[in-house]
Design a protein around this ligand. Structure first.
Ligand code: NAP
Length: 286
């Protein structure tokens, strides 16, 4: 049970976490903070938070658990703002989509890594953003990855684990570097492909005609190109090395396909497509 939870950045993820914890009866009071009071008023109206303070330090004051729910590029600033509100007992965590950058941000804002700090990443989301898009079921049956540090206390790890378990998520742990490599492959690269494809087609002269004929496959593949551009700019910058590795690897494999098409090598194409189909069919993700 969390007595007072503070969420800095009450958007899709921070707001959904608040709603999921309320549904579980896991929290007494939720205090929010962000830059715009109209967003926070709306969060109160929607029953996501109980009250708010535009001053992050005041919002965080007296909180047992503080969650950083802001875009990756804002983590350092926000962490510096709440520095004075942290005590030895405070549990500090985040929801950022890459982890090494958040660890660096916390370290540079605080000058150290507090024992209460446990980085975390819910592998759940939608292409929508803002508190209006938040819903309590977002984390049901989805994975949340904790990347505890050597500095993280066992008690703080347990608190963050229990908080996410209460949302209906399956909680796992891994290392920061491993997290960032795996997410570059399974999330960050696919978003780059979707953004690149839609942008490329949209800049063609007859793009209205092209999109008029777009069917289910195009819709499924490109849904994530509607994701928040600021968030994705921040993810690219934050997870640059791992993402560039994956993009280079993908570019090589893509060239193998285009070379086979150029040669008219149906056998080579069949081999690749069969291998991909078998791999995709084995996945239990619908
Ligand atoms: P979002 O819906 O846009 O919410 C971001 C929140 O942060 C908003 O409440 C915004 O409110 C606030 N904010 C932005 N800049 C701020 C600043 N400088 N200081 C204080 N508050 C600030 O974004 P989201 O999708 O929830 O993503 C939030 C975090 O979750 C990101 O780190 C992202 O990497 C991670 N994440 C996202 C997904 C996803 O699918 N969306 C999934 C997993 C993890 P104001 O405009 O009022 O400041």
């Amino acid at each position: 049970m969390i007595d007072r939870l503070c969420i800095i950045g009450v958007g899709l993820i921070g707001g959904s976490l608040a709603l999921a914890l309320r549904r579980a009866g896991m929290v007494n009071e939720i205090v929010g903070s962000s830059r715009r009071s109209e967003h926070l008023h709306r969060a109160v109206e929607l029953g996501v938070i109980d009250r708010f303070d535009l001053d992050a330090a005041r919002a965080a004051d007296g909180a047992d658990v503080i969650v950083l729910g802001v875009p990756l590029g804002a983590m350092r600033t926000v962490c510096g703002q709440i520095k004075g509100a942290l005590t030895e007992q405070t549990v500090l965590t985040d929801v950022g989509s890459s982890k090494a950058s958040v660890v660096d941000a916390v370290h540079s804002a605080l000058g150290m890594l507090p024992a209460g700090f446990v980085p975390a990443h819910p592998i759940a989301g939608t292409e929508k953003s803002g508190v209006e898009a938040a819903f309590a079921e977002l984390f049901d049956g989805r994975r949340v990855v904790l990347t505890p540090l050597q500095s993280s206390s066992a008690q703080a790890i347990r608190s963050v684990h229990d908080m996410w378990s209460a949302t209906g998520a399956i909680v796992e742990q891994t290392g920061v570097g491993h997290h960032d490599q795996v997410l570059a492959a399974t999330s960050h690269l696919p978003h780059m492909l979707a953004f690149a494809l839609v942008d490329s087609l949209a800049r063609m002269g007859d793009h209205d005609e092209i999109f008029r004929f777009a069917a289910g496959g195009f819709r499924d593949f490109t849904r994530i190109a509607s994701s928040d551009p600021v968030m994705w700019r921040d993810i690219c910058v934050a997870n640059r090395d791992a993402l560039l590795d994956m993009m280079a690897r993908f570019q090589e494999d893509f060239t193998v396909i285009s070379d086979a098409i150029e040669r008219g090598d149906g056998e080579a194409l069949l081999k690749i497509f069969n291998r991909a189909k078998q791999a995709r069919d084995r996945l239990k993700i619908g």
